[in-house]
Design a protein around this ligand. Structure first.
Ligand code: G6P
Length: 372
């Protein structure tokens, strides 16, 4: 009913709008004023976490994209190798697991069969399993050693939005916590990022306030067949998620690529007026990557692409090559997905509407896939 949708036309719009709160709620009570984390729910003892020599993330769909981003954070802040695997592929290849492996199972619903089977397999091999889940008392957290709940509230639209952002927050918390417990050389950076996380909900809010041009752009592209997405570093999984949203909602051919792979194939797809969304990393910090992606934008534009550039406020280098420019607030490099994903959600939702598609219940898809 209209009341359930809180005045929005679709649950998806409501859930996109709820993201600042969902992010804040997921941080609530987990960070203290001094920049330390208290994750009491993670009932895996500190001495066990200190012995962990490998992290393996398993998930499906949008949750898998959260896992891909988590890998960058976990490896950077903990120096522990991290693999991310589609749950449906995981147990069939006889993965290497033992008591020193920490498996992180990410699932909004807590009922996805492939993810459940993957974690059962991991526990049988002696690995510890930490679930990141949005649904209290669901099967995946019940069968895990510990659970860190995302506090997104119920997500009704089939295409995941606010659950994804809170999965990212939970992944950052796990990465930072592991770093804190293991006392890595990144202690100062960890404390600084914990403080930055506290202001991230406001940054998401600011993105939401500037979405009208994105909606307008989406409407103008309703007749297109293909949209490509490019990103690097944590922007690469953001590109994958942007493409997934467009497939799910707009039923368009959409693909995400690592920008560095452009010359190994994808550039052959570029033709006149093909929309290409490029997620640009911050010019600060890893500026080498920034400069490389700016040349990618030049390369595709020279071949006729219509460039839709998602870039940080104040990043002037991209301006001459952006046919459309979407600004996101300045964030630490690893946290950028929290702001950069939001315009891509809005873009896909508006395109679906413009194409006359059912936004909350896309054809052929289910909110939770409880069969293999
Ligand atoms: C389905 C949904 C996706 C979701 C995926 C994993 O395919 O349509 O939106 O990302 O399942 O779901 P989970 O509940 O495990 O996060």
């Amino acid at each position: 009913s209209a009341a359930e949708k809180g005045g929005y036309d679709y649950f998806m719009l409501k859930e996109i709008a709820e993201q600042p709160k969902a992010v804040a709620d997921t941080l609530l009570g987990r960070i203290d004023g001094a920049g330390s984390l208290t994750l009491d729910e993670v009932r895996i003892p500190a001495n066990v976490l200190r012995e962990v020599d490998k992290v393996v993330i398993v998930a499906c769909g949008t949750a898998f994209h959260a896992g891909l981003i988590a890998k960058y954070a976990i490896e950077h802040w903990t120096r522990v190798p991290c693999e991310v695997e589609l749950a449906s592929e995981f147990r069939y290849r006889d993965p290497i697991l033992d008591q020193q492996t920490l498996v992180v199972a990410i699932s909004q619903s807590g009922e996805t069969m492939d993810t459940l089977m993957a974690l059962r397999h991991a526990r049988e091999q002696g690995a510890k399993v930490l679930a990141i889940c949005n649904t209290n008392g669901s099967t995946i957290p019940r069968e895990s050693d510990a659970v860190l709940y995302t506090h997104a509230g119920p997500e009704v639209a089939v295409a995941s939005t606010k659950a994804f952002l809170t999965q990212l927050v939970a992944c950052y918390l796990v990465a930072l916590y592991l770093g804190q417990v293991r006392g890595t050389k990144y202690a100062d950076e960890i404390r600084a990022v914990v403080r930055d996380l506290a202001s991230i909900s406001g940054a998401v809010e600011r993105v939401l306030e500037t979405m009208e041009p994105v909606r307008e752009l989406a409407r103008s592209l309703a007749g297109k067949n293909t949209v490509l997405f490019l990103g690097r570093h944590v922007g690469y999984p953001v590109a994958l998620e942007g493409a997934l949203k467009l497939k799910e909602l707009a039923y368009m051919h959409a693909e995400g690529f690592a920008a560095g792979e452009l010359k190994h194939g994808p550039i052959a797809l570029i033709e006149d007026d093909l929309p290409v969304v490029v997620v640009v990393p911050s010019p600060r910090g890893r500026s080498v990557l920034h400069d490389k992606i700016v040349s990618n934008i030049q390369e595709i534009r020279a071949r006729g692409a219509r460039t839709i550039v998602v870039a940080e406020e104040g990043d002037d280098a991209v301006v001459p090559y952006a046919d459309h420019l979407i600004r996101v607030p300045v964030t630490p490099t690893l946290l950028q997905p929290l702001v950069a994903t939001v315009p891509l959600q809005v873009f896909a939702c508006e395109l679906a509407t413009a194409r006359g598609n059912e936004v909350d219940q896309p054809r052929n898809l289910a909110k939770s896939v409880t069969v293999e």
